[in-house]
Design a protein around this ligand. Structure first.
Ligand code: T1G
Length: 699
């Protein structure tokens, strides 16, 4: 016999004999929003008041149990009841309360489970405490109940690593009692019956003992000091776990104080939460409703670094790939690189021999472009030369079947111009991958004038299948990322010519949070790439623009960076160190321009570099090349190694404030009014006290 009553829109209570089933149904991921919290309290209270009920079981509808607190509530006035209060009410229940989590029980969702008196996971369950990925710490008892169920070490690893573990592993640790196969409601019912039969033990987690694990605490502190110094929340995780051996209420209070402090005061928390939403916001494009075309077979033209990386990514995503090169030798090189890429993934444990073999079985190399007549999509990845690309697209227009999509992987060039040589401009698009293409997550989907909506939607669908993050970009030189890079990269050159060393600039920016400073990045990518681009731009470079010749002078020596053993740095058996000959070139260039080098503080280096990045990013938004500021943030977070805890260039701009950015530009403009100009959008924002977050909300 069962009768179900609705507690509110997202919680229902169903009595089956002596069992009360509490069902959570808050799509898409059952986030523990206020109605969920209030409904859980009301349901557990009602079940306790019902004499017929002997045991209470909580489960969820949809694809996952509660995947965490509702991140959309962060930064707003907290809504009662809080999640800790909700969980404490559940744990205080007179009648035993169990939970049957499925899918991804994460953060607050796992903390709800920890507050129940027993936990039976549904097969396929994964659990985690990913709050660290949001610059937070578990804020609903996870640092206090976790050690009581799985010990300090696992709690620390889970809370600092932020990754999910399979339910079976959690069961070995004692966090979950057992794993059962079946639908969540059935598993909940069976577990409740096991409680009634006395075969499933229930106990209040807070009443369990916890052992101090000094070694785990020390190891965590050492790791955090070395690898997580930019995250305010990391040391707090350890402090809170350490307090779990004391009075539970005190421990909970401390944890909550840390959590609220981070939400209110920690820029790194604001940055990490912004980055979480940036990854998802970028898929909200005007063409989202268009139906993507079906892609099964992809042609990749060019087996160089980019082409073979793209082909590898397509093979990993399950596509058939036809790799085209002009000659057998180049084709073999390309196929060899693809094989090496696939082998690398197996060596890193990211793939298996079987998957690698399956991928290679789907690769068909050819020197005959006509073999592309049956592919659904072609991605051209040849030399960055417009005439070469136009020849290829002229041929593709003749060869490819009707409806095939013709894409260029160009980093800079005009997709409209490329499309103009075809009779199918609506099928032409830019798919700008980032090197190494089989590793980097970012894909700029460059929409030309005539590109059809379903072709754009296909580009986004392809990115999803390749596990990449697609960002929609308009056509301009360099689209979003490279255009902004080309602008702020000049600032690094100006700083160097005016007195800062490449090493000081790199170090200052690495301390700001970049994985690598601009001179190290240039050496890594190859200084000759930028050199080729500068030569391409020389013809149209305005005379008023300050031009730094130092990079060219270094390239003229044949020093391209890592690949030649020398660039701004020397790369040999003695390790990496500044290249004294490059420093001599810098001194000569300063003297040739009559520049007396001056000192720079690291802060001024960061301020100038970031102000340049922000100002060009603002122009990219103003011109509609990027749909929203958050799209620019996503490009830099997922394609340019921008520090995630800062949320992206325009999230960081909001931390600085539009008024201050304008002030800096006007100050710097006194020395170079050509380069330093205040974008109209920034001046308007400063005038209205507007933030880029406000513009994101306008969509
Ligand atoms: N709150 C609000 N919305 C969320 C959400 C959340 N926690 N998680 C996901 N969404 C939205 C997401 O924005 C998207 O919305 C849709 O759900 C599908 O998500 C007190 C404080 C669960 C593994 O960090 O890791 O608990 O864009 O595209 O790829 O200690 O979402 O469609 O409108 O990512 O299948 C801790 C975050 C929170 C988990 C599913 N929990 N979420 O991945 O779908 S803090 C997390 C995820 C916390 C407590 C603390 C993933 C997922 P839209 P999706 P997916």
């Amino acid at each position: 016999m069962s009768d179900a009553t609705s507690i509110n829109d997202v919680i229902s209570l169903e009595r089956v004999g002596e069992i009360a089933l509490v069902r959570i149904d808050n799509p898409p991921v059952n986030a523990s929003a206020q109605p969920v919290r209030q409904g859980l309290i009301d349901a557990v209270t009602a079940a306790n008041a019902d004499d017929a009920v002997k045991v209470i079981a909580i489960y969820a509808a949809g694809r996952t149990f509660v995947a965490g607190a509702d991140i959309r509530e962060f930064g707003k006035t907290p809504l009662e009841p809080s999640l800790p209060d909700t969980i404490n009410t559940i744990e205080a229940s007179e009648k035993p309360v169990i939970s049957a989590p499925h899918g991804t029980a994460l953060g607050g969702g796992l903390e709800i489970c920890m507050g129940t008196h027993a936990r039976v996971g549904v097969k396929g369950l994964r659990v985690g405490l990913p709050e660290i990925n949001l610059g937070l710490l578990p804020g609903a008892g996870g640092t206090q109940r976790g050690p009581r169920l799985m010990g300090m070490k696992h709690t620390l690893d889970m809370s600092l690593g932020g990754t999910m573990v399979p339910g079976e592993t959690a069961a070995e640790w004692g966090l979950i009692d057992k794993i059962e196969d079946g639908e969540p409601r059935d598993v909940a019912l069976k577990a409740a019956q096991d409680v009634l039969d006395g075969t499933l033990e229930t106990r209040r987690t807070s009443e369990l003992p916890v052992e101090v694990d000094k070694a785990a605490l020390e190891d965590a502190r050492a790791m955090v000091a070395k690898k997580m110094s930019n995250l305010a929340s990391a040391p707090m995780v350890i402090d809170a776990v350490e307090r779990s051996t004391g009075d539970v209420k005190e421990g909970m209070k401390f944890e909550r104080e840390c959590f609220m402090d981070l939400l209110k005061n920690a820029p790194s928390t604001r940055g990490m939460i912004h980055a979480f939403f940036a990854e998802r916001a970028v898929s909200k494009i005007p063409e989202a409703k268009a139906t993507p075309r079906e892609i099964k077979k992809i042609g990749v033209i060019g087996g160089g670094t980019m082409g073979s990386g793209i082909a590898t990514s397509a093979l990993n995503a399950g596509f058939e790939v036809r790799l085209i090169e002009v000659a057998d030798e180049a084709l073999e090189r390309g196929t060899g690189t693809i094989t090496k890429n696939l082998e690398g993934a197996v060596k890193r444990g990211k793939s298996t021999e079987a998957k690698m073999k399956d991928a290679l079985d789907r690769l068909s190399p050819s020197t005959d472009m006509d073999s592309l007549s049956d592919v659904d999509l072609v991605i051209e990845a040849v030399f960055e030369d417009m005439s070469v690309k136009k020849d290829i697209f002229t041929n593709l227009d003749r060869i490819c079947k009707k409806g095939a999509i013709l894409a260029s992987n160009t980093s800079y060039l005009d997709i409209d111009e490329i499309a103009s040589v075809t009779s199918r401009r609506e099928d032409v698009i830019g798919l700008h991958f980032f090197s190494p293409a089989h590793i980097m997550k970012l894909l700029e989907v460059v929409v030309a004038d005539k590109t059809a909506p379903e072709v754009v939607a296909t580009g986004f669908n392809l990115a999803k299948k390749m596990k990449k993050i697609a960002v929609r970009a308009g056509v301009c030189d360099g689209f979003i990322g490279n255009r902004i890079l080309a602008y702020y990269g000049k600032t690094a050159g100006y700083l160097m010519e005016d007195g800062a060393s490449p090493e000081q600039i790199d170090t200052a920016l690495e301390n700001f949070g970049f994985a690598m400073g601009p001179f190290k990045v240039g050496d890594l990518a190859g200084l000759d790439i930028g050199w080729a681009n500068r030569k391409r731009m020389n013809a149209t470079r305005p005379n008023e623009e300050r031009y730094v010749r130092i990079h060219d002078k270094i390239c003229e020596e044949g020093w391209y960076g890592r690949k030649t053993g020398k660039g701004f740095y020397i790369y040999d058996d003695e390790g990496i160190r500044p290249n004294p000959e490059a420093l001599e070139i810098i001194d000569k260039e300063r003297a040739a321009k009559g520049i007396t080098p001056r000192d720079f503080t690291d802060q001024e280096i960061v301020d100038r570099y970031m102000t340049a990045m922000i100002s060009e990013a603002a122009r990219v938004v103003e011109e509609g090349i990027a749909l929203r500021p958050i799209d620019v943030d996503a490009v830099f977070l997922f394609g340019y190694g921008f520090p995630r805890f800062r949320g992206g260039p325009l999230k960081y701009a909001d931390e600085v404030g539009a008024k201050e950015v304008v002030r800096r530009i006007e100050e710097y403009a006194k020395d170079d009014s050509y380069y330093w100009k205040v974008p109209d959008i920034l001046r308007r924002m400063a005038g209205k006290g507007e933030t880029f977050e406000d513009l994101n909300k306008e969509g």
